[in-house]
Design a binder for this molecule. Structure first.
Ligand code: B12
Ligand code: SF4
Length: 533
């Protein structure tokens, strides 16, 4: 920096200003979620907002941190006189983030968005934020705070060339972790991370083009040692996109830093990494829950380490999942419904056969979704004119599917979704799941999830959408791309979920233009959207 930059216009040294920084981690998008949200939301807090808080403090600024789990009075949480407000948001919380940004801009703050929504929809987010951050490291935060300028009408998009090489130690972000843990009424999970990116290339995933990058294992050991000193028998929630790629390094770090039996762990991993010797070691090291992605019965066999398809894949995967359950008390299997390789009722039927063969696993279904420009396959959907302008508030993998299915009519598709959901959360399936899980925490978790928003709630919701396909004349034309007018059912649902914050939502904040992400696909998308956007 030139010396003149450090002088103000009259030539005296410029003292860096101590900013009042607000940081908002939007874990939830609506007030007072159901029983499962009450139990678990505080455990879903993100690591990056905490890292940003530490970096801001290290730069000498005063930080006010809030993790919104749906139970706080959001409008009363921050002081009025913030200089800067950072918001971390998933896409389903984007409207809440936009409304909050508008409110604090009106009060004179500079606003900054980071997190999945910023990475997926930067072109839309820059209409409402002064800065929109992609890959974020300490240097990016330093740059933003040093400049800290109004950028309107369009915010400035900044991204590091890759993910940070290093994140603050757990000890440095502990006060934020601790505040969240206090909000969790029962199970308390400490978020940690040991790697970024992924070596796999699942085309629907935001990280499929991001190189795998392990963090420093020395610092990881420091974090583990700190945690056993701080909490009696902690549970660590690993946020690694694919835990266990450097399996031996992780296990050695845990074995060297944590006395046996003193720590429990939860992680998302691929079946291909979960061989029996690995499972044995995971068990020894206290792994309590594993969430493998199966995704489809026809594709992505590399994740399940199989070249089989259809019923053969079901049998092999079920056997593998049952093996997991012999070592790990809680298993959640993740599936994507409506993928291009699926057709007819068979994929749904196969998932039911899987549940028969592996009754102990909790099934989590996502509807195929294209989150903006993040995943490579989204550009293909856009070129084919298949992306629908659903408002962000319903893009959470469940409330809406914003990609027109290749091989289904909507009625056929929702018939399958409803049938599979009903089968998965029937009393019979719940009882079999309970019987197959011997420990009481997995039993209670599975039961609560089934009777709460993720089971019964989702069955009610999908059944309602299926009914509306016959009764609501506005729904099918929208889903078929014949109109861009969003059915009022979705709009009302989003406005209701925003509650009192809805009045701050900026004009146009409910709509977005899916073409903005894909300039090259604009003609196809325009045609598909009736040229109406
Ligand atoms: C771990 C994970 C989870 C964990 C932890 C979530 C959490 N609160 O962080 C759990 C299992 C709880 C989870 C739940 C869900 N997840 Co998730 N999850 C992931 C996963 C696998 C890794 C994300 C991660 O932590 N990476 C490590 C961090 C360091 O990297 P990063 O997220 O890329 O962040 C970088 C930048 O974005 C930026 N940044 C991130 N946050 C912030 C915040 C601020 C303030 C700033 C300035 C910068 C910044 O800095 C980082 C470093 O460069 C991704 C898929 C993937 N492979 O990335 C999906 C992903 C993020 N999840 C997704 C979804 C949809 C969900 C759910 C809605 C699913 C559901 N229906 O329940 C819920 C939402 C729960 C919630 N609101 O917290 C989508 C998000 C898409 C979107 N645009 O919204 C993703 C991308 C998967 C996908 N479909 O492609 N998830
Ligand atoms: S294994 Fe998981 S994190 Fe890796 S590319 Fe596939 S979906 Fe993404």
């Amino acid at each position: 920096m030139a010396e003149a930059d450090l002088l103000d216009p009259v030539g005296s040294p410029r003292v860096p200003r101590r900013l009042r920084v607000g940081i908002l981690d939007l874990v939830e998008s609506r007030p007072r979620p159901g029983l499962y949200g009450r139990l678990m939301n505080a455990n879903l807090a993100s690591i990056m907002p905490q890292a940003v808080a530490v970096w801001c403090e290290q730069a000498g600024h005063a930080v006010h941190f809030v993790c919104y789990t749906g139970y706080e009075d959001l409008l009363a949480e921050f002081p009025d006189d913030l200089d800067v407000l950072f918001i971390g948001a998933f896409t389903n919380a984007a409207h809440l983030a936009y409304a909050f940004s508008a409110l604090f801009r009106a009060r004179g703050a500079i606003t900054i968005l980071g997190g999945p929504h910023a990475r997926c929809y930067p072109q839309d987010a820059q209409r409402y934020f002064d800065y929109v951050l992609g890959f974020t490291d300490q240097a990016v935060i330093g740059e933003v705070l040093a400049e800290c300028e109004v950028h309107r009408p369009l915010g400035r998009c900044i991204s590091a060339t890759k993910h940070p090489r290093e994140l603050p130690l757990l000890e440095e972000r502990w006060k934020y972790v601790e505040a969240n843990l206090k909000k969790a009424p029962w199970i308390k999970i400490v978020p940690m991370i040991g790697s970024l990116g992924c070596p796999y290339t699942c085309s629907f995933c935001i990280d499929s083009t991001v190189d795998y990058q392990p963090m420093d294992f020395g610092r990881l050991r420091e974090d583990l040692r700190f945690l056993v000193r701080k909490v009696k028998r902690p549970i660590v929630g690993w946020h690694d996109p694919n835990f266990g790629v450097r399996f031996d390094d992780y296990m050695e770090a845990i074995e060297e830093s944590v006395p046996a039996g003193r720590m429990r762990h939860v992680a998302e991993s691929s079946l291909s990494l979960l061989s029996e010797p690995h499972l044995r070691r995971l068990k020894q090291n206290g792994f309590q829950a594993i969430l493998p992605g199966i995704e489809s019965w026809y594709e992505l066999g590399n994740k399940a380490k199989t070249s089989k398809q259809g019923l053969e894949k079901v049998e092999q995967v079920a056997e593998h999942v049952n093996l997991l359950l012999r070592y790990i008390p809680y298993v959640q299997t993740n599936f994507v419904l409506g993928m291009d390789c699926d057709r007819g009722f068979e994929p749904f039927e196969l998932s039911m056969r899987f549940l028969d063969r592996a009754p102990g696993a909790f099934p989590a279904y996502s509807l195929l979704s294209a989150f903006g420009c993040a995943a490579p396959i989204n550009a293909e959907y856009a070129r084919a004119g298949r992306i629908l302008p659903f408002p962000f508030g319903v893009l959470d993998n469940n409330q809406a599917m914003n990609v027109r299915p290749r091989n289904y009519t909507w009625r056929e598709f929702y018939d399958g979704v409803v049938a599979l959901t009903r089968y998965s959360f029937s009393w019979k399936a719940i009882a079999r799941r309970c019987a197959a899980n011997k420990r009481w925490i997995p039993r209670v978790m599975n039961f609560v999830r089934a009777i709460s928003s993720e089971g019964f709630g989702r069955l009610r919701y999908h059944t309602r959408i299926r009914g509306m396909l016959d009764t609501d004349p506005t729904l099918l034309p929208f889903l078929e791309g014949e109109t861009t007018v969003v059915p009022s059912f979705y709009v009302q649902r989003i406005l209701a979920s925003l509650g009192p914050v809805a009045r701050y939502l900026p004009e146009g904040g409910l709509e977005h233009d899916p073409r903005a992400c894909f300039p090259a696909a604009q003609p196809a998308l325009s045609a598909a959207l009736g040229g109406a956007l």
